[in-house]
Ligand binder design. Structure first.
Ligand SMILES: *[C@@H]1O[C@H](CO)[C@@H](O)[C@H](O)[C@H]1NC(C)=O
Ligand SMILES: *[C@@H]1O[C@H](CO)[C@@H](O)[C@H](O)[C@H]1NC(C)=O
Ligand SMILES: *[C@@H]1O[C@H](CO)[C@@H](O)[C@H](O)[C@H]1NC(C)=O
Length: 419
């Protein structure tokens, strides 16, 4: 208990020092040797902090006090769920401002090897470019949290960082190196997937009487493994294969335009994936099938034009889904796979005009649904006996902006059980 008190004080700079001195002067003459033992464990890490490279600021502080905690604890904040909050242990963080490749090469060898968190901010100009290899970070094998930010920086993934738990990349480029080991598969994720939406289960004749609407969406082609490999190598699409302890991954504003299931393959601990502000136009089938423990997924501020249920296939633990500010125009029962734990869905700022029946049948535990955009007005109506919000049995909050319907039909908000 004494040790913790001293550390908290020392983070307040001068006050901590005074307290420490007074304590020393009062007690030393009496319990000299005992005091030495009490102080040693704390003074050691503080001395090491002083060996921090010149371009960096190093600190030893409670994890939740560090600037990285706000994105790591994102889920905890959203849900008030303490189980996501980090333990109140002290974390050794270095924050480094890097202006050029040379600066990075100089400082990386001087980073303390027991560093637990690293924030790398590229502040050089965009043409100058900074390239950081993941292999050059491997000696820092106690690193749990890594953040790299700054337009003009590129992270080259040439080796997995299997020890990392939290990664945040903002406004950088992510690229795979040619020598990156990619996952090998004897079968594709589709081999195990059994869900089919009701319309695909019915024989065509019955289907057309029960669902008198044409569904145009179709699954993208599922190509062979060899074709995948070829394509992935050409595009240098990053892959986090082997980053097996990753719990939080944010790739924000990184100009990511394609996703692939191999990107997130093997991320069995991942609970929070944020891909906001990229240029993603499509979710390929089984995009997240390697990260099935995901609790929150955000694809907000991208360019998604359509959703096919195979894109989000298998996310049975998902609790929040943010698809706000994309280009989705219509939703149908082919849009979403079963999401039995989904609590919150944000679909705002998508030009959705029509919600076809059965769209939300797979969201039977959802509490909060938000929709509406200034680009298109939503047509609220029923389809024969089906309403647009059928099966949202647990819904507490429904926010609909911009609705074109002038008179509401009876039953629009009726919440009836699916088939
Ligand atoms: C990245 O790693 C490779 C192989 O270890 C090395 O040849 C290359 O120079 C490194 N690039 C940078 C930018 O550090
Ligand atoms: C939602 O549907 C799933 C699968 O049909 C079922 O296991 C689950 O109990 C349902 N949840 C609620 C809240 O109705
Ligand atoms: C509703 O959508 C229409 C386009 O259909 C748009 O012109 C209008 O500005 C929107 N209204 C609001 C309040 O966003």
């Amino acid at each position: 208990m004494k040790m913790r008190g001293i550390v908290q004080g020392s983070s307040n700079g001068a006050i901590g020092c005074k307290m420490l001195l007074i304590f020393l002067m009062v007690t030393k003459p009496i319990h000299g040797s005992a005091l030495g033992n009490v102080l040693r464990p704390e003074s050691e890490p503080n001395l090491e902090v002083l060996t921090c490279p010149g371009k960096c600021v190093c600190q030893l502080e409670a994890f939740n006090e560090l600037p990285i905690a706000r994105w790591v604890n994102h889920m905890a904040r959203d849900y008030g769920d303490d189980s996501f909050l980090q333990q109140p242990t002290h974390t050794k963080l270095a924050t480094c401002l890097v202006q050029s490749q040379d600066e990075w090469q100089e400082l990386r060898d001087y980073l303390p090897t027991d560093l637990q968190a690293l924030i790398l901010l590229y502040t050089g100009n965009v043409e100058n470019q900074l390239a950081v290899n993941t292999s050059s970070l491997r000696p820092l094998n106690q690193l749990r949290t890594l953040e790299i930010r700054g337009t003009g920086a590129t992270l080259i993934i040439d080796d997995p960082l299997e020890f990392l738990q939290h990664a945040n990349f903002e406004h950088i480029r992510l690229q795979a190196s040619d020598r990156l080991q990619r996952p090998k598969f004897s079968k594709l994720p589709s081999d195990d997937y059994e869900y089919k939406p009701p319309s695909e289960l019915l024989p065509p004749s019955e289907y057309s009487t029960k669902y008198p609407l044409q569904f145009e969406d179709a699954a993208s082609d599922i190509v062979t493994y060899e074709q995948h490999m070829q394509r992935l190598k050409q595009t240098r699409m990053p892959s986090f294969f082997g980053w097996g302890r990753l719990e939080v991954l944010r790739i924000v504003g990184c100009k990511l335009d394609k996703l692939h299931w191999q990107m997130f393959d093997g991320l069995t601990q991942l609970r929070d994936l944020n891909l906001e502000r990229n240029s993603i136009e499509e979710l390929p089938p089984f995009a997240f099938s390697g990260a099935l423990q995901l609790k929150s997924l955000s694809l907000a501020h991208n360019a998604l034009r359509r959703l096919h249920y195979l894109g989000l296939a298998g996310l049975l633990q998902l609790e929040t889904l943010n698809l706000a500010d994309n280009r989705l125009e219509r939703l149908s029962e082919l849009s979403f796979p079963p999401l039995p734990k989904l609590q919150k869905a944000d679909l705002r700022s998508n030009p959705v005009r029509y919600i076809l029946p059965g769209t939300f049948w797979v969201m039977n535990d959802t509490r909060e649904l938000r929709m509406g955009s200034d680009q298109a007005a939503l047509d609220l109506r029923t389809w024969f006996i089906y309403g647009q919000f059928d099966s949202l049995n647990e819904l507490r909050t429904l926010i609909l902006g911009n609705v074109s319907t002038e008179t509401l039909e009876q039953g629009v908000f009726k919440v009836s059980k699916a088939l």
